[in-house]
Design a binder for this molecule. Structure first.
Ligand code: SF4
Length: 403
């Protein structure tokens, strides 16, 4: 794995990715202008830009300035609240032109050259029914098309959104203002967008995500329709399904029968006290107990590695994160790791992400669990914000991955 000088520290690609994702990157206008026509690089934050490090590591590139403009406009966020936290928003990372190439800088120091995925007109398209692709789906790295929130979150609308969740904030705000929640995206639109991603880009895998629902049946109506529509879209990669743990396990069996490769019931945070504050809906409505019961059901019935649960890295101490990740891994459930992106969305009153020592220890902890329990996380060549695949590929001797 490559290493880089960041100030007086040397970090590897996974650690650098954690820093870039959590701090954001200021991308110079000249870089957008020079590379926007040839590569997937756009000032619109809905396009979820990523940069690629020299060893192929994919890193989300949130341009803090543009991102905040978007939040102010799209989510009608309280400007005063943002200003209160503005001092925590600066990033030491930037991408600028150097020798005609895109280069990553830390403060004023050159770190390394970076590149971007090839250009696609994916984000300019609409489905035949008129739904814009941008805002409904994102391309992640080189292999993934992801649907961030296909149906609205009832927990957030009931006033219990997860603190870190941008979609949840929007659903909560709609409910408070008496505004209708957005309609769920139709199955035919999901299939059309996916088909386009698979045919027009290098994407071969898909993530299906929606909000949490009180009743598993509500959610299952959407999920069944999506899976049936996607059955007609040729796919060489995986289909990851993120669900609210239902009370009825037969729904889980049905989702696998309809084509899901793996299913997540994400806990996000292990420490119960923190989880009650940060993920109140998950703790109150679905409960920790049901999450664990269904994850264990999936691993027991469908095999090790078929269930996974996301943790947001940076929201709790390493000690409790390790307890949670170990609990799952010992039971054949993959603990996955997405890096907390604090910009614009304070958690427990803070937007301060951890330092590199935390990320290094978390990386080593996950790598040890994946190796010991022979767990192989999804992700192909890597996702924008999640690091489980990067850890597996670069720290668990899986360098044979063709990326
Ligand atoms: S339950 Fe899911 S969609 Fe709802 S607020 Fe939490 S993370 Fe967001």
């Amino acid at each position: 794995m490559n290493t880089y000088k960041i100030g007086n520290q040397t970090v590897d690609s996974v650690e650098l990715k954690c820093l870039l994702v959590s701090r954001g990157v200021k991308c110079d206008k000249t870089v957008y202008r020079r590379f926007g026509g040839e590569y997937r690089l756009n000032v619109n934050p809905l396009t979820c830009n990523c940069l690629i490090l020299p060893d192929g590591t994919i890193c989300q590139m949130t341009d803090v300035g543009f991102h905040l403009q978007y939040l102010n406009g799209a989510l009608s966020w309280d400007n005063l609240k943002l200003l209160r936290y503005a001092s925590e928003l600066g990033t030491p990372f930037s991408v600028k032109l150097a020798d005609g190439k895109a280069a990553l800088f830390y403060e004023k120091e050159f770190v390394d050259f970076v590149t971007f995925p090839p250009y696609t007109d994916f984000y300019k398209r609409r489905t035949s029914g008129g739904l814009p692709f941008a805002g409904n789906a994102v391309l992640q790295g080189l292999d993934w098309v992801a649907f961030q929130c296909l149906w609205h979150c009832e927990f957030a609308a009931a006033g219990k959104p997860c603190e870190f969740c941008f979609s949840g904030a929007e659903f909560e705000a709609n409910a408070k203002r008496g505004k209708a929640q957005p309609q769920a995206v139709s199955a035919s639109d999901v299939a059309e967008i996916t088909r386009c991603a698979f045919e027009q880009t290098s994407a071969s895998s898909i993530q299906i995500t929606g909000g949490s629902t009180f009743d598993g049946e509500t959610e299952s109506r959407h999920i069944r329709a999506y899976l049936r529509a996607l059955a007609d879209v040729p796919r060489s990669g995986e289909l990851l399904l993120y669900i609210t743990p239902p009370s009825d396990t037969s729904l889980i069996d049905e989702y696998f029968a309809l084509g899901a490769s793996r299913i997540a019931c994400s806990l996000e945070v292990w420490d119960a006290e923190t989880a009650r504050k940060v993920t109140p809906g998950k703790m109150d409505f679905t409960t920790r107990e049901r999450h664990l019961r269904q994850l264990e059901y999936i691993a027991g019935r469908h095999g090790a590695g078929k269930a996974f649960s996301n943790f947001i890295i940076g929201l709790e101490p390493l000690e409790t994160l390790k307890q949670g990740a170990s609990y799952l891994a010992e039971r054949g459930i993959i603990p996955t790791a997405s890096v907390w992106m604090p910009m614009g969305r304070p958690v427990r009153g803070s937007m301060k992400a951890p330092g590199v020592d935390f990320y290094r220890a978390a990386k080593e902890m996950f790598a040890e669990l994946y190796s010991r329990h022979k767990l192989d996380p999804a992700g192909a060549c890597g996702l924008n914000v999640c690091v489980e695949r990067d850890i597996f590929t670069r720290c668990c001797g899986a360098a044979d991955t063709e990326c």
